[in-house]
Design a protein around this ligand. Structure first.
Ligand code: ADP
Ligand code: MG
Length: 378
């Protein structure tokens, strides 16, 4: 059960120092089950709302209460646990790890929460059966169609039985027939989960959702079925999660074998709330790096990862982030291990500044086309 109380989110654009009110005093009670659609024009705050519900972004003010627990007292570990156990994400572009097969992509979340190998197999099979993709278990994402990839992403979201499935424009990149099949799956999932879906598609919202919430300028302007949850007297505690060392090593080695660094790996790993993201990458870039990294990590509590956003993404709407064009580099900041996108212009001057840092402060490269680095901050 989820309650938002007077939640506001204000972003400050770094260059202009201009404040953007993405959410303006939003209060909302969400039930344990059912299908909630969030509609609204581009820039109305839909993604921000979803990210706050999913623990990917933090409110500037206000509070979110989960099963009676106030998230204002959550530690970084609590947020990891929350994202790992309570939330399943489905994003527009799937973000499957390209070097892992379907089975392993779905298993990722369970490996973080230390499930036993036998349980993992059974749960992954069950999730893949739900999306009718059991026969593709050993295929790599590149062998799948767009709709199949999105179904894998749904299986990944459902596995481990989280309470809430959050879907940000899950059909945005699909044709309408495939889109409909995704909606049917989410509808089915909403019988046992709360599904919150952001969409531009009014038809889908009215056909599939039991409740439609409309946002405008960061405020709820319409709610077809407002509910008021009863206060919870017996809140459930979260179990702490962290990524087991052996899993880190395994993923890292697989990445090494494929020998392809992919920004997507970080995005996904971060979206899943992993705390060992940079370690995975270290393994794949060589054993020496692991030692350097472990050393660096022992004094760096919060590595911050940046990557250039690939401008080939057809969904990237550069016009939303003026004055940046998609030609220019955008930084994604995955600090606090979450998928917080902080879009920013990475100027040559900034890159030069970064390049002049002592090399043990970071891991990565600063080539303009493939910039990525992890900053170690104390
Ligand atoms: P929607 O998903 O409805 O299109 P968003 O939640 O992405 O809207 O964004 C709401 C507003 O907040 C927009 O004006 C957007 O430009 C701004 N915004 C979102 N994320 C950031 C950010 N990281 N930095 C600055 N402004 C942002
Ligand atoms: Mg959005």
């Amino acid at each position: 059960m989820l309650v938002l109380k007077n939640v506001s989110k204000i972003y400050t654009r770094k260059q202009s120092q201009e404040d953007v009110v993405a959410l303006n005093n939003v209060s909302l009670d969400l039930p344990d089950k059912g299908f909630v659609a969030i509609l609204g024009a581009s820039g109305s705050g839909k993604t921000t709302l979803l990210n706050i519900i999913g623990g990917l972004d933090k409110a500037t003010s206000g509070n979110m209460i989960v099963d009676g627990l106030s998230t204002s007292e959550f530690t970084v570990k609590d947020w990891d646990s929350y994202r790992n156990q309570k939330i399943g994400f489905v994003l527009q572009n799937c973000y499957l790890l390209p070097h892992l097969n379907v089975r392993d992509n779905v298993a990722v979340k369970l490996q973080i929460s230390h499930s036993k190998a036998k349980d993992i197999d059974a749960l992954v099979d069950e999730a893949l059966r739900r999306v009718d993709l059991l026969d593709k278990k050993l295929d790599k994402p590149k062998a799948l169609s767009g709709g199949q990839k999105q179904r894998v992403a749904i299986a990944r979201a459902l596995v481990g039985n989280p309470t809430v499935i959050l879907a940000d424009e899950p059909t945005g990149a699909l044709d309408s027939k495939t889109g409909t099949s995704i909606m049917e799956l989410l509808k089915e999932a909403s019988k046992d989960h709360l599904v919150v879906m952001v969409t531009h598609n009014n038809e889908y919202a009215s056909k599939y959702a039991d409740r439609v919430i409309e946002l405008k300028d960061g405020q709820i302007v319409n709610d077809t079925k407002p509910v008021k949850n009863e206060p919870v007297t017996d809140p459930k505690k979260l179990e702490r999660v962290s990524i087991p060392g052996i899993t880190t090593l395994k993923w890292g080695l697989k990445n090494l074998i494929v020998k392809k660094f992919s920004t997507i790996s970080i995005v996904v790993a971060a979206a899943l709330g992993l705390t060992g993201v940079s370690l995975i990458l270290s393994v794949s870039t060589g054993v020496q790096h692991v030692f350097d990294k472990v050393q660096a990590e022992s004094f760096s509590k919060y590595p911050v990862s940046f990557s250039s956003y690939t401008s080939t993404d057809p969904q990237w709407d550069a016009s939303q982030y003026p004055p940046y064009s998609d030609e220019e580099i955008v930084i994604a900041d995955y600090s606090s291990y979450n998928k917080q996108y902080h879009y920013d212009y990475m100027s040559e001057q900034f890159l030069n500044y970064m390049r002049s840092m002592p090399s043990n402060y970071y891991l990565g490269n600063f080539e303009r086309s493939t910039t990525y680095f992890h900053l170690f901050t104390k």
